[in-house]
Design a protein around this ligand. Structure first.
Ligand SMILES: [Zn+2]
Length: 518
């Protein structure tokens, strides 16, 4: 995806897609200009245009006779009965929760390139084989970054008591370079945003640790616009370190991108900058910013992550073969890799479990789809999307027969419905599915202009209709990418609702006489 067309699905990773290869010389000039020179107003505008465009609800308008008859042609009484049966059975079935529990507690965090990530792929493949699916582990070359020591303290500032230090809570950003084992000591330069940094001369920045103190807008999150809040702030995580490095900074810090206020730092992907890069907690960003108004603040910073040679990971690709059109495919998916601080329960063991649950419920009910339902557990959503890229390369020639693709990657809170990059005709055709989902409130269908799932981008770009489960995201960014993304944050009832929304939608897409129009 071109970086000047930010991915909408920015729940866990980059606001835009990370390039698959060393990026320094591959960034289009336009993006460089955007980052270095654009005003904050323009940045805000860009995101508000993009993000507000994501909310175009299909109107609940009276349907003409023509639409009604088109819908009843696609949704026979038998199909509607099956969809209701799937809904009712699924809402009472704890399979998805059991899967999230195993993936998070028994396997643990699944950082791309780690042994747990590989084991998780094998586990999901085995489970899907037990369900009778035709399973493949498709190899993906993945980055391999490991977290090391991460510590920081303020060693000099106004009013500093001799021979003491103020601890700062931080965590390295994915892909960060290391300091020496002894760490480095430098003055912290606090800036609010890119504009302020770019207004400084190189000599004012060189040799310093730049801290971007750009706040996550918790009020937006609480108003149900968490993705907008995330989008506005996450550019500093994605591009801040590189921008600071270009001006000679020795390290870069960002204020954590999230709403947590228990002094939890929030990690995530950052474009390679060749300098150490970390996220400090909101509380520590406030501390440093306040002290900096009173005089110079010096920090001792130690980060010892390692960028190791690329290694091998796997996408799990598992088919429940269609009885009438096995070559036509409906994808259900989530991503199996996670960050390493928590156990990746919300992000995104939940999404993988929903996809597994979809085929589990159909097998329980002895319902065979007419088209193939393909479960994909994606690898490397968090560190660059290599799994998406590998699948796109390997399967592009089949995308004409990919009828639709669904991903869930916004946690496991109550589902409101779906974001969908589909045509207006397709949205109208899906009206009967919304009526099945209304009983538990998962009946929104919002047409959006970008792939509603980072792993779906390759398919969406090829014209495949794509859908993302749309959860209540108000608390998601309190936990996401922190040590608190653990199993207890998954509400079993809400997870069942999510899995049900995915299962009902997938079976509908797989069983209408005609495929969803493009
Ligand atoms: Zn995610």
């Amino acid at each position: 995806m071109r970086p000047d067309q930010p991915a909408l699905h920015i729940f866990c990773t980059p606001f835009f897609q990370a390039p698959s290869h060393p990026v320094d010389d591959e960034q289009p000039l336009k993006w460089r200009r955007t980052i270095r020179g654009v005003t904050q107003v323009a940045v805000t505008l860009l995101f508000s245009v993009v993000l507000s465009a994501r909310s175009v609800p299909i109107q609940q308008r009276p349907q003409g006779t023509e639409t009604k008859s088109a819908q009843s042609k696609e949704f026979s009484a038998e199909l509607l009965k099956q969809l209701a049966d799937i809904r009712d059975a699924s809402l009472a079935d704890n399979y998805a929760y059991q899967q999230v529990a195993h993936i998070t507690e028994n396997i643990g965090p699944r950082l791309t390139g780690s042994a747990q990530a590989v084991e998780a792929s094998k586990y999901v493949a085995d489970e899907l084989q037990k369900l009778g699916l035709d399973v493949k582990l498709e190899e993906v070359r993945v980055p391999h970054w490991t977290r090391g020591v991460e510590s920081a303290e303020l060693v000099d500032f106004a009013g500093h008591v001799a021979n003491t230090a103020q601890k700062v809570v931080l965590t390295a950003l994915g892909g960060s370079s290391a300091t020496t084992a002894e760490g480095l000591t430098a003055e912290v330069l606090v800036v609010r945003n890119f504009d302020q940094l770019n207004g400084l001369s190189r000599s004012q920045v060189a040799g310093k640790i730049v801290l971007y103190n750009y706040p996550f807008d918790e009020r937006k999150a609480q108003a149900g616009r968490a993705l907008d809040a995330y989008g506005e702030a996450v550019v500093y995580r994605a591009m801040g370190p590189r921008t600071a490095a270009q001006l000679g900074a020795v390290a870069a810090l960002i204020r954590s991108v999230g709403g947590a206020d228990y002094r939890l730092p929030h990690t995530g992907y950052s474009a390679p900058a060749m300098i150490p890069a970390a996220a400090v907690t909101g509380e520590d960003a406030d501390l440093i910013a306040h002290l900096a108004t009173q005089g110079a603040v010096r920090m001792h910073l130690t980060l010892t992550p390692q960028n190791l040679p690329e290694t091998v990971g796997y996408n799990v690709v598992a088919d429940l073969k269609g009885s009438e059109h096995p070559e036509q495919v409906v994808v259900v998916s989530g991503h199996l890799d996670s960050w390493d601080l928590g156990t990746g329960a919300l992000d995104d063991a939940a999404g993988v479990a929903m996809a597994m649950h979809t085929v589990h419920v159909l097998q329980e009910l002895h319902l065979r789809p007419k088209r193939t339902i393909r479960v994909i557990a994606w690898m490397d959503e968090e560190s660059g999307g290599r799994g998406r890229d590998a699948y796109t390369t390997a399967h592009k020639s089949e995308f004409g027969d990919h009828v639709a693709a669904i991903e869930s990657d916004l946690g496991a809170a109550h589902p409101l419905g779906f974001d969908a990059k589909i045509s207006a005709t397709a949205a109208e055709m899906l009206q009967p599915v919304r009526e099945i989902l209304v009983s538990f409130g998962a009946n929104l269908l919002q047409v959006v202009p970008f792939a509603p799932g980072a792993d779906l981008a390759g398919m969406a770009n090829a014209g495949v209709p794509t859908l993302g489960v749309l959860q209540d995201g108000r608390t998601y960014f309190n936990y996401h990418h922190t040590a608190a993304d653990t199993l207890d944050k998954v509400n079993p009832q809400e997870l069942r609702e999510n899995a049900t929304a995915m299962a009902v939608m997938a079976y509908a897409l797989a069983n209408t006489p005609n495929p969803l129009p493009r």
